[in-house]
Design a protein around this ligand. Structure first.
Ligand SMILES: Nc1nc2c(c(=O)[nH]1)N[C@@H](CN(C=O)c1ccc(C(=O)N[C@@H](CCC(=O)O)C(=O)O)cc1)CN2
Length: 314
């Protein structure tokens, strides 16, 4: 039973989080023999050849490759390789060990290897505004987002029925600035070890550094302005006051610095003097949905690499 008492930590689960399929909609597993390899290292000659030769010798067929170097000389190199390898599941551990020994270590690489058959488990945090969370659930149901939505957590009970109509567990954990520590402790109990990504879909509470350290996965936030303009709360009201001719949305990784994490995706829409702040919010909502879903999909597809406080999207 969810509680309206702001200090009580209520939990109103449809089911408790657990293995894939516990109430959440399981994304269909991708092909069992396909994977993507994301590498980052100091730029130097021979990287593309070394990765390609290793995969070829392992019996893999590369069907997509994208790379970027941050500078003509001495920059940071990023590469994303999609490949197919028959028998990948059985060979994965040895493949990773061999790649570490034969390529990653000699080139000083950091790398991640993700099999398409394991869609990421995602939790969505929301307050009262529904358009972003419902858009993500709708796109997931249509198969547009390769993820399993493990749960939705909200500091308000308002969206419980809407979320549950998608077969997704809904947890009401009342959170305000006055009970932040308790609320985050409860959220961490639900999240830790259960999800690969947390999405803040218009979640209107500031996340503490302790939560960011404890949750064990990245967080993506949708900010309803074209950052760095109008950081913080109520950006559409601020935009109206400024007389802007564009409003926008920004999806970014969450850091302790409010709305200043690495930007993943942005977009804008034209507005005018005739629009009220409510009009700006209505026009901006379409942009928020598009920007957030693109950013989440790129993250789910392992296309986003971090470079300091920026991203490289391959
Ligand atoms: N550590 C971080 N936490 C959050 C981030 C972030 O980038 N780093 N993004 C925000 C989202 N956000 C705008 O997009 C935002 C939400 C809420 C606030 C705010 O001032 N909240 C107040 C409470 C407001 C209320 O109770 O209605 C507060 O938490 O004290 C600013 C920006 C999400 N969190």
């Amino acid at each position: 039973m969810s509680s309206a008492t702001p200090t009580a930590l209520a939990v109103s689960p449809l089911t408790t989080p657990g293995p894939a399929g516990a109430g959440g909609r399981d994304a269909p597993a991708g092909p069992a023999d396909r994977a993507r390899l994301l590498v980052t290292c100091r730029d130097q000659p021979g990287i593309v050849g070394a990765v390609g030769t290793f995969l070829a010798r392992a019996g893999a067929n590369v069907h997509s490759l994208a790379q970027h170097s941050t500078a003509p000389e001495g920059g940071t190199f990023f590469q994303r390789t999609e490949f197919r390898l028959p028998g990948l599941a059985a060979a994965r551990a040895q493949l990773e060990a061999d790649f570490t020994e034969q390529v990653a270590r000699p080139y000083g690489m950091d790398f991640t290897l993700h099999e398409e058959r394991h869609p990421k488990r995602v939790a969505v945090l929301v307050s009262k505004t529904d358009h972003c969370v419902l858009d993500l659930l709708w796109r997931n149901r249509r198969g547009e987002l390769p993820m399993t939505v493990a749960m939705v957590i909200s500091n308000h009970p308002d969206l419980a029925d809407d979320v549950r109509s998608f077969g997704v567990p809904f947890f009401h954990v009342p959170a305000t600035r006055d009970n932040r520590e308790q609320a985050e402790e409860r959220m961490l109990e639900l999240l830790r070890g259960n999800v690969d990504l947390v999405v803040l879909a218009r979640y209107m509470q500031i996340i503490t550094p302790a939560f960011l350290d404890g949750v064990g996965c990245p967080l993506i936030n949708i900010h309803h302005s074209f950052l760095p303009a109008f950081i913080g709360a109520a950006p559409y009201a601020k935009a109206k006051g400024r007389g802007v001719k564009l409003v926008g949305a920004t999806a970014h990784y969450v850091t302790a610095d409010l709305d200043e994490g690495p930007i993943i995706e942005q977009d804008v829409v034209r507005v005018g003097h005739q629009h009220t702040a409510a009009d700006l919010a209505r026009l901006g909502a379409d942009v928020e949905r598009a920007v957030l879903s693109r950013a989440v999909r790129w993250h789910l597809e392992d296309r986003v690499a971090r470079h300091g406080n920026t991203t490289v999207v391959l």
